[in-house]
Design a protein around this ligand. Structure first.
Ligand SMILES: [Zn+2]
Length: 333
């Protein structure tokens, strides 16, 4: 029973085990064995042939599947490349497309060989202003360039207390909100000041210094180094703001240089230009601005201009001298 009722499919070997041993050397048994071995060989050869056929079919099938995969992949690469290249071409290259317009404008105005040379110079300059709609924001106001007496400004609120020129105010609000989101509480201590108010500030400071023992001359000179003479302050054109933090302001009675050691100053140094503002009186430009270093005083110059001025490393006086005055002169010619 054991040999025949074994596991199904093993019947043959069970049969061989039970049947073969008694007749192993009889001619029938030998012939049967040979036949079986031949069958085995034939089955083996057939199996190998089938295997080879299967492999060949499999290889052909996969190669047929791979072909369209390859082509779809390469078309994807092509499309991504083409979108990339179209992205590059659609982006205005500062060295090529934009300055060309200024070149055309200039050659249209003066048309001479000299201005062509200077405009070529400008077109290869990555710091040259490219957005004419922001030209107004490059207005230079300092001791040598007082603001026009009849200058009028449309003001906008930046909070309950302070106002700036409308467009500058909008960007100031955005900048304060962005800083807030980064955990920096910017605090404006001064923004737009009327010429009259600037006069008050100026006079009061002179009085204070004279009370400390200075002569009027000394007091005026010292005051002029720290407070713009009325009519020469950017605060009066609504484009400047003094910015610290409420914490800092709480512990200081005056604006002092150590504001540069705060996280707020670091934040402004990194981000102000993204909102159109520049540090107006840098430490290394005091001999040019004629104003002592003010890490709190920021000036709106326009979004595009601010990025360019920041990247150029120039102060506003230098930038206007290099890029705006030359243009004004060529326009006047
Ligand atoms: Zn200021």
């Amino acid at each position: 029973m054991r040999e025949n009722t074994g596991r199904p499919g093993n019947g043959q070997s069970d049969y061989r085990q039970t049947e073969l041993p008694p007749n192993r050397h009889s001619p029938e048994a030998v012939a049967r064995r040979r036949r079986r071995q031949r069958w085995k060989r034939i089955r083996f050869v057939l199996f190998i042939l089938l295997l080879i056929l299967a492999i060949v079919l499999a290889v052909r099938c996969t190669s047929r599947i791979e072909e369209p995969e390859e082509s779809s992949l390469s078309s994807m690469e092509e499309s991504s490349e083409s979108s990339l290249s179209s992205g590059i071409t659609s982006r205005p290259a500062p060295d090529e497309s934009l300055p060309e317009s200024t070149e055309n404008e200039e050659s249209g105005v003066s048309g001479g060989d000299v201005s062509d040379e200077s405009s070529e110079e400008e077109s290869s300059d990555p710091y040259a202003p490219t957005d004419a709609s922001e030209d107004w924001a490059l207005m230079l106001v300092n001791a040598d360039n007082p603001m026009p007496e009849d200058y009028t400004i449309e003001l906008g609120n930046i909070n309950e207390r302070f106002r700036m020129e409308k467009r500058a105010a909008e960007q100031m609000i955005k900048m304060i909100e962005a800083a807030e989101a980064d955990g920096i509480g910017l605090y404006v201590t001064s923004a737009y000041r009327s010429v009259d108010y600037q006069q008050q500030l100026f006079d009061t400071n002179i009085q204070n210094l004279m009370a400390q023992g200075m002569t009027r001359e000394e007091a005026e000179a010292e005051t002029a180094r720290n407070i713009a003479v009325p009519g020469t302050s950017e605060h009066s054109i609504g484009l400047a703001a003094d910015i610290v933090t409420s914490d800092w302001f709480y512990y200081h009675t005056d604006l002092t240089e150590d504001f540069e050691d705060t996280a707020a100053f670091d934040w402004l140094s990194e981000h102000a230009q993204e909102y159109g503002f520049i540090l107006r009186y840098p430490k290394d430009k005091q001999d040019i601005t004629k104003i002592t270093y003010e890490p709190w005083h920021y000036r709106y110059v326009g979004l595009s201009n601010a990025e360019k001025i920041k990247a150029s490393g120039l102060c506003l006086e230098e930038y206007v001298e290099k890029y705006v005055k030359g243009e004004e002169e060529s326009l006047a010619e």
